[in-house]
Design a protein around this ligand. Structure first.
Ligand code: SF4
Length: 368
């Protein structure tokens, strides 16, 4: 609600204050238009395809007009994995020189001219996708150019007054382009699922939907907890498969060809794995260090040697911290004292992701 009220305030009077902020931050030869001087075309149409077409037409007309135009909640389409995804920026401004600028209006505050970097980063990634979608329209519009710097508008300090900053999204653009190019096409994924699979919420039972979801390969990582409604389902599947992906992408990357927690533990205990393999060698060294640390902790005066949750989670030589992390637990101090990079990241990564997932998933989904 607060966000909607702030956005309405920013766009009031035909976007006069918004356009003033844009000129102030982005510069340019043209002065900002006075109240009501900028065109604000009606973008309503039936269905998403109609709205996308209406937006493209408005962008073309605005570019040809040589004046200021503010497009309020235009609808853009971007092909993602072979299917159209519809995107709705808060606003797009067309300048008299034909440049198009994406405007993102957020309700988080900008205090002393700077905002929470993680929120600004998320806004930049979001805006970069809008810029990509706009580039496809601009390619078919004479005289149009899409700016790779977007305007981020936020409440100033603790007030409800708008302020703005310019965000350069060139890096996010190149990352997003690369990711989109690497996405598997939906047709290719569909070819791998059994004939007749459907995700029809109205006509499928819970069991049928679960089976349908299970038939699609997933690549779970703890980061999913903050972004995807299927995260708990995929995490359970990943744990059932004993997959090291459940420990985090960083851990997965360091474990090379070891793809299950059991194979990691076996390699660490010397039961399998080539000792010349640097990953296996590192795991064995980590297990030795842990065993030494637990042994010396147990021998220290005044320590009982395990079982109290502070001296160690299990018998010396075991990698129970790794196992604990793989099942959603956090490693105890025993893991910390003898930590290898691998095990330490496993514990903290999953713990951090779990914390975010429970607390932030709703807001993350809302923002996306
Ligand atoms: S939780 Fe979501 S994003 Fe992560 S693997 Fe499952 S479906 Fe994919």
């Amino acid at each position: 609600m607060r966000g909607n009220a702030f956005e309405a305030k920013v766009k009031a009077d035909g976007g006069t204050e918004l356009l003033r902020l844009l000129v102030e931050r982005l510069g340019g030869t043209e002065p900002p238009p006075g109240p009501g001087a900028a065109a604000t075309p009606d973008l309503s149409a039936s269905g998403p395809e109609g709205r996308v077409a209406r937006t493209a037409l408005a962008l073309r007309e605005a570019t040809g007009s040589g004046g200021w135009t503010l497009l309020d909640h235009p609808l853009l389409a971007l092909e993602v994995a072979g299917s159209p995804a519809y995107l709705e920026p808060d606003a797009v401004v067309v300048r008299p020189d034909g440049r198009w600028t994406v405007v993102e209006i957020k309700s988080f505050p900008m205090i002393d001219g700077s905002a929470d970097p993680s929120k600004v980063g998320a806004a930049a990634r979001q805006a970069a996708v809008y810029v990509l979608a706009l580039e496809r329209v601009a390619a078919r519009t004479a005289g149009a150019e899409v700016a790779d710097r977007v305007l981020l508008v936020c409440p100033r300090d603790f007030s409800n007054l708008p302020t703005a900053s310019v965000v350069d999204v060139r890096k996010q653009l190149s990352v997003t382009r690369r990711q989109l190019a690497r996405l598997t096409r939906i047709e290719d994924i569909a070819d791998t699922v059994p004939e007749g699979t459907t995700f029809d919420l109205e006509h499928c039972s819970g069991d049928e939907l679960t089976a349908a979801v299970d038939s699609v390969p997933a690549s779970y990582a703890p980061e999913c907890l903050a972004a995807c409604e299927l995260a708990f389902h995929c995490r359970a599947r990943s744990r059932e498969a004993d997959a090291v992906e459940a420990l985090g992408r960083g851990v997965r990357g360091e474990l090379g060809g070891l793809t299950t927690v059991a194979s990691v533990l076996a390699a660490a205990h010397g039961e399998s794995g080539d000792p010349r393999d640097p990953t296996v060698a590192a795991l064995r060294r980590a297990a030795e260090l842990r065993a030494e640390a637990l042994a010396s902790a147990a021998a220290a005066p005044g320590r009982t040697g395990g079982g109290d949750g502070r001296d160690g989670p299990g018998p010396a030589g075991s990698l129970s911290a790794c196992e604990a992390a793989s099942t959603g637990g956090t490693s105890s101090s025993g893991a910390t004292t003898t930590s290898t990079r691998t095990r330490s990241r496993a514990g903290t990564g999953e713990a951090a992701a779990t914390g975010h997932g429970h607390g932030r998933s709703a807001s993350a989904r809302t923002e996306s």
